[in-house]
Design a binder for this molecule. Structure first.
Ligand code: R5P
Length: 295
């Protein structure tokens, strides 16, 4: 694979495995970061960062998911330290963009939180790459630095191909484009689930066109949070005779009763944008390609 000249990669503590993967893909040096000044860190929980390698004159790719909140502080501290250390260019890779959901002012007096975070990233960073932002992607155009959204679906498609699924389904029409993109890589047909209300107490959920009886089915979504969406879909697919159900998402947050909800699936996989026990797929190749495309 072609290397990118004069580049270093730095990873914040939320994204070290992905940062290492990106460094390998683009054949750039990896700069370690010390995260504790004193064993156990600061007693009040404040973050500490220190670059353990030189970045002067380099194009630095700084990788850090902004979830949970202390990871935002770490990102800003690292960006400042990298700029102060003489980097010539900083590309922020924010795999999961926390606060993306607040992409407009719903009520007077609110901030547009997604833009707030972007404004602070723009203080030291030249450009921003992110993935499946949980917002209207139009918000990216309002950010005060060049921003590109990178798709994680090729990575999920590769996994689904190796898992030999027969069909890929989106849990709703909104996620159809994700299923379509992953299916192009997996080489299987795609569809989406439609919800039909039978009466006040009953809803029927089934694929729009494809039958799942006896099939190995993959469900793809951008985010799994409580797992409720996927659990409902998986239960219905099983009721319709699906032989195996594999759920996949880009961002696996797995909050609340997610683990219990997801027992309805044979396998649950997520990418390394957010680290969890379900992280089984890396989006390093996708970010590496996007970094090369920046030129
Ligand atoms: C919704 O628009 C998203 O695409 C996901 O389907 C949703 O965030 C999943 O949430 P949960 O896992 O809590 O059902």
């Amino acid at each position: 694979m072609e290397s990118v000249g004069s580049m270093k990669v730095v990873g914040g503590s939320a994204s070290v495995p992905l940062a290492r993967g990106i460094a390998k893909e683009v054949r750039a040096g990896f700069v370690d970061v010390a995260l504790e000044k004193h064993p156990g860190g600061f007693p009040d929980g404040e973050r500490y960062v220190r670059l353990l390698g030189a970045v002067a004159g380099e194009h630095v790719v700084l990788v850090q998911t902004t979830h949970p909140d202390p990871m935002i502080v770490e990102l800003l501290l690292l960006a400042d330290a990298i700029r102060d250390a003489g980097a010539r260019r900083i590309t922020a890779v924010v795999p999961y963009f926390g606060y993306g959901r607040q992409d407009k002012r719903f009520l007077d007096g609110e901030p547009i939180s997604a833009k707030t975070i972007a404004k602070h990233i723009a203080v030291d960073c030249n450009e921003l790459l992110t993935m499946a932002i949980p917002a209207n992607p139009e918000i990216l155009r309002t950010f005060p630095l060049l921003t590109r959204e990178v798709s994680g679906m090729p990575a999920i498609g590769r996994y689904m191909k190796s898992a030999k699924v027969d069909v890929l389904l989106a849990p709703d029409e909104g996620a159809l484009r994700l299923a379509k993109e992953a299916s192009a890589v997996a080489g299987v047909p795609f569809d989406f689930l439609v919800k039909e209300r039978i009466d006040s107490y009953t809803v029927k959920i089934e694929p729009k066109a494809l039958a799942v009886k006896g099939k190995s089915v993959g469900i793809v979504d951008d985010v799994i949070s409580t797992g409720g969406t996927i659990a409902t879909a998986a239960q219905e697919l099983r009721a319709q005779g699906a032989r195996r159900v594999i759920a996949a998402c880009v961002h696996g947050l797995f909050v609340g009763k997610a683990e219990a909800n997801l027992k309805a699936c044979d396998d649950v996989i997520a990418t390394d944008t957010v680290l969890s026990p379900h992280t089984k797929v890396s989006v390093a190749p996708e970010f590496a390609a996007a970094i090369r495309a920046l030129g």
